[in-house]
Design a protein around this ligand. Structure first.
Ligand code: FES
Ligand code: FES
Length: 198
């Protein structure tokens, strides 16, 4: 059982609770939680950031993926107390953009229809953002379709068959990173989109 910071509550026998302060989407957020509470549960249940979804809760599906200091992390495998009082910066899908001003990856997924039920989508979006940041930092090596599929391989989707998600990533590559000097990526992604939207 969790509650607002400092709020006393009946604790399960043998389970300790404590206040935690975590930086999320640019704000310091606080809650009083059992020490066994995962970051995913704190985000959803305490901070009401329900865009972070829970699927397997075992680190397999990637639905709970968020960014911690820019890296894709499965929030079901992190205890909230691990981040308490640290400089770590958590970004959830809500922190990337808004319906009126979407992050380029969100926009690309939207335009490529990279979803059906959408349950897996926030995790895919966060993984994609981290991948593109890492790729940009590594000097923008040329990508082919296999690279895109490998980049998404840590996330599972039960609906789409994945092709539309690959299309979304390809479109994001074109929008964010593709330019005249990354012709391999531009050509490859354009080919993917052309061949899968006909
Ligand atoms: S819910 Fe975290 S990886 Fe599946
Ligand atoms: S769109 Fe339904 S699980 Fe991926």
């Amino acid at each position: 059982m969790n509650s607002a910071p400092g709020t006393p509550h009946e604790e399960a026998p043998g389970v300790r609770s404590q206040d935690v302060r975590i930086r999320v989407n640019g704000e310091d957020r606080e809650a009083y939680v059992e020490v066994r509470t995962t970051l995913a549960d704190v985000l959803r249940d305490e901070f009401r950031l329900t865009g972070t979804h829970l699927g397997c809760e075992h680190g397999v599906c990637g639905a709970c993926t968020v960014l911690i200091d820019g890296r894709a992390v499965r929030s079901c495998l992190v205890f909230a107390v691990q981040l308490d009082g640290t400089d770590a910066s958590v970004v959830t899908v809500e922190g990337l953009g808004t319906p009126e001003a979407m992050h380029p990856v969100q926009q690309a997924f939207y335009e490529a229809m990279s979803f059906q039920c959408g349950y897996c989508t926030p995790g895919f979006v966060c993984s994609t953002v981290a991948f593109l940041d890492e790729w940009r930092a590594s000097g923008r090596p040329a990508l082919d379709e296999r690279d895109l599929r490998v980049a998404l391989s840590g996330n599972l989707c039960r609906c789409t068959g994945y092709q539309s998600i690959v299309d979304g990533l390809a479109l994001a590559v074109e929008r964010i990173i593709g330019d005249e000097t990354t012709t391999d990526a531009a050509i490859t992604t354009a080919t993917i989109i052309t061949t899968t939207t006909e």
